[in-house]
Structure formats: structure tokens, C-alpha cells
Write a protein that binds this ligand. Structure first.
Ligand SMILES: [Zn+2]
Length: 279
């Protein structure tokens, strides 16, 4: 059974550490900064055995160089459709990564190749989720129903469109909505309270949302992470996953000033509304 713990970085990033109770080995997702990862590793006498990258933004990739200097030869998985320095294994949709596979590792003392057996068994599937960026990918650990979705879905919100398109982002989120409802959403930022504030603009009378907002504020005040959330909770409270709900459609139409005919149009209007008037 794998364990998943947050390592905080920058003002509001989460670098997720995937480990095992029976092992001192961990894999990290989106290490934008090496310093907090190395601190976490040193404090707990751990060893880094792989890095998973979701997309090219600096706050997700900035730690690759220093971490691979400390742990030479470890595989660095990342999206096939983005240009990221330091990626050793380019992956795309449906690729399965077996984290217990034998991974070649340079022996720094005698410069020969050796192999390292990871002591935990975890199969991770890659899902293409372009939109925030053009090549963004997510990692799904089915055994734990854990989705590492980078900046695609956030608790109560979703990523902005940078070098992808709004159509891609809508379709990626729609695709992730088909996963089991108990799927845990390990997003890369602590934006929950802020996102739920906007969600209340869209659905001021959604009781699930109001309850979640109260709970998130209590956690945030205590400095406790509000993530992971679950897909079920996002479907109940996140406006970007609720573009089929009458209240959301009506609110989006009111903002747009005209009738919106498709869920994509509703999604686009909500994203534009948040970008232009809330953030
Ligand atoms: Zn990003």
C-alpha cells in the first residue's frame, strides 16, 4: 500500500511524495523546488527513486536539476508534448508506469550500471489532459484511486488556460469526470478557499458548497491542507464540473449576457468570468 504526503513549496504549491510504509523510497510529483524535498528526504532518512512531472511550468519542474544531482540516474517522467529539460522518460496517454520495475541507476563510485528494486508496488497510468498547457498530463494510481492532476482540476476550481486551449481544458476535465467518484484529487496548489469564494458567486445557494467553504476556511486557518479532495466533492461544488446544472448555466448566461447553448460555452464563460472579475 502506498502512502501519499504533501511537501509544501513556494507560497501555495504541493509537491506530492509517494512512498510506502515498508520502504524508505519515495517518488515525488512536480518538484518545483528541490530544497523542501531534500529537507523532507533528509529528515526522514528517505531516498528518491523517481520524479513525475505533469507540465512545464517552473513551479513544477524547477527542482529537477538539483534533485537529479543528488540522486543521479533516477528516471524523470514527463509529458511527451512539452519541452522540459531533465525528462528521461517521455510519456503520454495510457502509458503505464510500473513503479516497482527495475530501474537502471548509475553507480557514482564505479560508474557501472546497477539496478534498484523499488520496495513498493504501484502502477500509475498516464492521462493526457491538455488545456492549462498544451501537453499537460495527469498520473492515476488506480490502486489508491489517487489522481495527480497538476494544474488541471483544483479543489473548487480549475487551472487557467496558458498555452493550451479552453476547448482542450473543457474536454480534459470532462474526461476526468468519468473516473470513479471516490477518486482523490491531488492537485498542485492550495487554492481552495479562494476558489470556493468564486464558486459561491456562481451558486450562492448550493448547500454542499456552503458547507465545504466553512470546512475549508477552518482547515486553512489552522494551516492544514484542504487537499486531496474527491471527485465526488468536486462534482457537487466545483462550478467547472457542473456546467450541466441549471443554476450554473443561468449564472454563466447572466455573466455572458446571452444564451449559452453548450456545456463548453458555459465552461468558457465561467472561466472568463473568474479571470476577468474575480482573480
Ligand atoms: Zn501550471
Amino acid at each position: 500500500m502506498i502512502t501519499i504526503n504533501p511537501i509544501r513549496a513556494f507560497a501555495d504549491n504541493y509537491i506530492w511524495a509517494i512512498g510506502s510504509q515498508n520502504s524508505n523510497q519515495i517518488v515525488v510529483v512536480d518538484p518545483g523546488d528541490a530544497t523542501p524535498v531534500l529537507k523532507y528526504i533528509n529528515e526522514q532518512a528517505l531516498s528518491l527513486t523517481a520524479i513525475l512531472i505533469t507540465h512545464h511550468h517552473y513551479d513544477h519542474v524547477g527542482g529537477i536539476k538539483k534533485l537529479t544531482q543528488h540522486f543521479p540516474g533516477i528516471p524523470v517522467y514527463g509529458p511527451e508534448n512539452e519541452d522540459i529539460t531533465g525528462i528521461t522518460q517521455f510519456v503520454s496517454d495510457q502509458k503505464k508506469i510500473q513503479l516497482n520495475e527495475l530501474i537502471p541507476q548509475e553507480d557514482k563510485f564505479c560508474s557501472s550500471k546497477q539496478t534498484t528494486q523499488l520496495n513498493f508496488n504501484c502502477s500509475i497510468e498516464v492521462i493526457d489532459v491538455p488545456g492549462h498547457t498544451k501537453g499537460h498530463i495527469a498520473y492515476l494510481a488506480k490502486s489508491n484511486n489517487a489522481l495527480f492532476c497538476g494544474d488541471t482540476i483544483f479543489a473548487g476550481g480549475c487551472g487557467r488556460v496558458f498555452d493550451g486551449t479552453i476547448e482542450q481544458l473543457y474536454h480534459s476535465i470532462h474526461q476526468l469526470k468519468q473516473l470513479p467518484k471516490e477518486t482523490k484529487i491531488y492537485c498542485a496548489h492550495e487554492y481552495t478557499v479562494d476558489n470556493l469564494g468564486f464558486a459561491k458567486w456562481v451558486e450562492p445557494e448550493n448547500t454542499d458548497l456552503l458547507k465545504r467553504d466553512d470546512e475549508a476556511m477552518t482547515l486553512a486557518e489552522k494551516g492544514i491542507p484542504t487537499v486531496p479532495s474527491t471527485l465526488e466533492m468536486e462534482c457537487k461544488t466545483n462550478p467547472f464540473l457542473r456546467t450541466h446544472i441549471t443554476e450554473v448555466v443561468q449564472a454563466a448566461q447572466k455573466y455572458a449576457g446571452h444564451t449559452l447553448k453548450t456545456e463548453l460555452e458555459v465552461f468558457s464563460a465561467i472561466r472568463e468570468w473568474k479571470d476577468s472579475q474575480y482573480d
